[in-house]
Design a protein around this ligand. Structure first.
Ligand code: NDP
Length: 316
């Protein structure tokens, strides 16, 4: 016996600041949104400690608390928040068809994708341990650089993000070591120029990170020069990783237009994708800003775009 799949007016996929903000706006507009959290309810911010740059919290707030607040605000207006992972989608169908946890089929009039992006990590055991214990390992200099004012830090990576973040850190920190695995950088020439002309950034070329030292917090980093095979320990208290992000968009490949890295492309100034009724918000569509507040702002835009789309169709 086949059962009719549950039909949802406004489906939101992902539970970071973008998803919850979309949910706040969509529920207040009576779109009756259902939000599926994914496997990390609250998204990347649940892995950070203090958030000092989200407007409205003059004393700062922890990442998990901020996400609980956003969730509560979305639920206050009737958003149904469900734990579950959307694993398959047919966005060209009408209505759109999606599957949760590889089994439950649902249909939707509008879909707001806020699946975020995941930072890439080097993969060292001590990197994971210190990251999980808020011990000074971070993938976001703009979020966490402030905690290392006047200290010496290291950053790994040689792309535009690493160059931008090294420059940002150089304004706060006494010294920044930039660990670059080859003899050249991938970053744009302008960004490289800025790095190389900043006196308190020292680039360690042809270098790989062998280990991160410290029990409760970073106390040093062992770096090996792959040309000389010599290892040295640099005495830093912060370790930043900027080796790229991976947008969580795999299940939409072949349906939504994406750039070569997998970020969903939207019509500039909107959250509209190439498929009508499907909107992309937050880090899955933004490789430049990646801030909680910019994600939240685009979540708001996604809900407004969804509401206008439904109104134009006479469905709302
Ligand atoms: P990228 O993929 O461009 O660069 C990643 C960097 O990390 C590369 O230099 C790579 O080295 C290095 N890397 C990868 N894995 C490791 C590893 N295991 N150990 C050490 N180093 C490693 O990522 P970005 O986040 O920098 O940029 C993503 C995109 O966003 C790019 O298109 C970029 O131009 C864009 N961007 C633009 C900005 C701007 O215009 N203002 C700001 C930020 C990003 P290798 O070079 O050897 O492969």
């Amino acid at each position: 016996m086949s059962t009719t799949p549950e039909h949802i007016h406004c489906l939101i996929i992902g539970s970071g600041p973008a998803g919850y903000t979309a949910a706040i706006y969509a529920s207040r507009a009576d779109l009756k949104p259902v939000l599926y959290t994914g496997m990390t309810p609250g998204g990347q911010l649940t892995e950070t400690t203090e958030v000092d740059n989200f407007p409205g919290y003059p004393k700062g707030i922890t990442g998990p608390e901020l996400m609980e607040d956003l969730k509560a605000q979305a639920e206050r207006f009737g958003t149904q928040v469900r734990f579950g992972l959307v694993t398959k989608a047919d966005l060209n169908a009408s209505p759109k068809r999606l599957w949760v946890d590889e089994s439950t089929e649902i249909t939707a009039d509008t879909v707001i994708i806020s699946t975020g992006a995941s930072a890439k990590w080097i993969g060292l055991e001590n990197e994971t341990r210190l990251r999980m214990n808020a011990g000074g390992v971070s993938a976001c200099a703009v979020c966490d650089g402030f905690f290392f004012r006047g200290q010496e830090v290291a950053i790994v990576g040689a792309g535009d993000t690493a160059a931008e973040e090294a420059t940002y850190l150089s304004k706060l920190c006494k010294k920044v070591y930039m660990i670059v695995r080859r003899g050249e950088m991938r970053a744009s020439k302008a960004m490289q120029h800025r790095v190389l002309n900043t006196p308190n950034i020292e680039v360690l070329w042809n270098s790989v990170t062998e280990d991160i030292l410290g029990k409760d917090g970073v106390e040093g980093v062992v770096v090996k020069n792959t040309e000389t095979n010599q290892s040295q320990t640099i005495n830093v208290t912060g370790f930043f990783v900027a080796i790229g992000h991976k947008p969580n968009t795999d299940i939409f490949k072949g349906q939504l237009t994406m750039d070569e890295l997998g970020y969903i492309e939207v019509v500039p100034g909107s959250t509209k994708t190439n498929i009508e009724g499907v909107f992309a918000v937050g880090d899955c569509a933004d490789k430049h800003y990646r801030q909680a507040v910019t994600a939240a702002g685009s979540g708001c835009m996604g809900a407004l775009d969804a509401e206008r789309y439904l109104a134009a169709k006479g469905d709302h």
